[in-house]
Every structure is written in C-alpha cells, then in structure tokens.
Design a protein around this ligand. Structure first.
Ligand code: PBG
Ligand code: ZN
Length: 319
C-alpha cells in the first residue's frame, strides 16, 4: 500500500510539499471610475464594489497601494455616450483623467487600461455599428486612438477587450508609430460570450441595448478556437494573453500554458465574484476558503496573472 497520508500528517509537512502558491504580485484589481463629483456608488450586483468619481478615488487607491498587489485594471464610465463612443478616445475623457490622476499620485501602481468601446457607445456594443451589424475594420482605428490616448495619459499596459479581429496588430502599429513602442499589450485573446459578465454590465453601465455579443465574443463550446485566437494575438504582437472568464475555462488555461511561453492572465469575472459573495453573505459557504481554493486552482492550471475583484481580500489573507 502506498501511504500518501504520510505527507499530509500536519501543516509543516503539507507546507513542505505544497506544489502551488499565490503571491500578491500575481493580482490585479478592477476599478470603475465614473464622471462627476463626490460619487461612491455601490454596484448592486457586486457587494463591496463601487463606482468612484476621480475626487473619491484616494480611498480605494490607498487600499490598493497598501495591499501590495501589482496594480489595477481601469474602466471608465462617461457621462455622455454617442454612437461612435467618442469619449473613449478623447484626451479629456473620464478614463484618461483618472489614469493621469493615478499615474501622478500613485506611480508605484501598475495601471492597465481596458480598451473597448462598449462603456462609451450609446448602443453598448464593443464596435461601430451599421443597422444591427457590428463592423470589424471600421472599429480598429477607434480602438487604436483609444489605446494611444490612454498611453499618453500614463497607462502602463494596454488591454483590448473588444474581440474585433486584427485589433492587436492595429493597436501595436499605431502605438509604435506614435512613440509608444515600449508599452505592452495584454490582449483579452480568448474572451467568451459569457453569462458571467452580467454584474459587470451593471458596474460599467455597458449592456448592449440590442442583440448580444455572440458575433464577436467566442462561443463557449470552442476550445481549439481559443488556441487559434491566442496564437494569432501573439503573432499580432500581444505581450500577455488572457483567458476570460476564468473558472469554467481552466482547461484552456492549461492548454495555453502547454502551448505558449508568454505570460498568461485570467480574468476572474464579475459573475464568479457575485456568486461567491451572495452565497457567503447568506452563510452558505466560507468565503475565504473558497476564494483561496479558486485562486490556487487558477494558478495550478497555469495562470501567471489573476485579475479579480477578490484581490484586496486575498492580499489581506496572504498576510
Ligand atoms: C468590456 C468588458 C467586459 C468585461 C471586461 N471588459 C464586459 C463585456 O464584454 O460585456 C467583463 C468583466 C467582468 O464580468 O468582470 N468589453
Ligand atoms: Zn466591450
């Protein structure tokens, strides 16, 4: 009989043979910034997550800084939306203002800027529309302008999340031509059309007002296609690739880890967060145990970077 239990006898032994760990430096916290003054709006479907106006950001930025995590992923919510999402690439847009503020006051934090039009368009789609079609090639120049504008504001990493074809190459080329050769791109390479995003759409006020995102985000039945998307983004110039959502897609994190050698990020999305929060508020699960188990699962599958609404709690528990 093989006695596996020998090495499980007490915590000293278990610690010695533990295969996977999570570090604060693996973690990125998503942050929602809204236009206006003196705002700290709770997001109903996401307990403990808020939309902040720039003048109220210090409270959360101080917490992020003290937590020791790597940084934040920023989403802006503009006052005015229009059909082309023009405030997305306005140098005085809400996201640009917030990035400038954070860069100036918290230079130690890594600022990752989400690049997508859906928070800025009146129709809530991630691209330019014609009738009820979402146009690919017409969207690329707008994403490129948005990326450049955010890079100029001080973003450290550009993260396109729109799922238009060819956007990594378009953004890379435009950044290079405009003096931002050194700015990395973290591409949402395999982003699935997922039911797990619905609380985020409350938080970012970005729900599409007609149809759905299935003509650009991936079909959740498709794993091989995810690897093709990742390979293509790498060829187009992505420095970091992302799989999103995380927990229902760990098989793909594992295959990506086996097939590619650059850093892999996962986005542990809003629905994954809200399910844990609601169950733990009801006393049905132990939040800390389950969150840490999930963090380790993402790392064990092969993720290097975890974007998660639990980041500040995890950092605290790691202390
Ligand atoms: C924007 C975007 C979304 C998320 C990140 N960037 C929503 C969507 O595609 O509708 C989801 C994040 C989350 O659910 O936490 N394209
Ligand atoms: Zn979008």
């Amino acid at each position: 009989m093989k006695r596996f239990r020998r090495l499980r006898a007490d915590e000293r032994l278990r610690r010695l043979v533990r295969e996977t760990s999570i570090n604060k430096s693996d973690l990125i916290y998503p942050l929602f910034v809204i236009e206006g003054e003196n705002i700290k709006n709770p997001v109903k479907s996401m307990p403990e997550i808020y939309q902040y106006s720039v003048d109220r950001l210090d409270e959360i930025l101080e917490r992020i800084k003290k937590s020791g995590i790597s940084g934040l992923l920023i989403f802006g919510i503009p006052e005015k939306k229009d059909v082309l999402g023009s405030s997305a690439y306005d140098d005085n847009g809400i996201t640009q203002k917030a990035v400038r503020y954070i860069k100036e006051k918290y230079p130690e934090l890594l600022i990752i800027a989400d690049v997508c039009l859906c928070e800025y368009t009146s129709h809530g789609h991630c691209g330019v529309i014609s009738g009820n079609k979402i146009l690919n090639d017409e969207t690329l120049p707008l994403l490129s302008k948005m990326a450049l504008s955010l890079a100029k504001a001080g973003a450290d990493i550009i993260a396109p999340s729109d799922m238009m074809d060819g956007r990594v190459k378009a953004i890379r080329t435009f950044l290079d031509e405009n003096g931002f050769k050194e700015i990395p791109i973290m591409s949402y390479s395999a982003k699935f059309a997922s039911g797990y995003y619905s609380p985020f759409r409350d938080a970012a006020e970005s729900a599409p007002c007609f149809g759905d995102r299935k003509s650009y985000q991936m079909d959740f039945a498709n794993g091989h296609e995810a690897l093709l998307e990742i390979a293509d983004d790498i060829e187009e110039g992505a420095d970091i690739v992302m799989i999103k959502p995380a927990l229902a897609y760990l098989d793909l994190v594992k295959s990506a880890r086996e097939n590619f050698n650059l850093p892999i990020a996962v986005y542990n999305v809003s629905g994954e967060y809200s399910m844990i929060k609601s169950a733990s508020i009801n006393g049905w699960i132990d939040e800390r145990n389950i969150v840490m188990e999930n963090m380790i699962a993402m790392k064990r599958a092969g993720a290097d970077i975890i974007i998660t609404y639990h980041a500040l709690d995890v950092a605290y528990w790691l202390e």
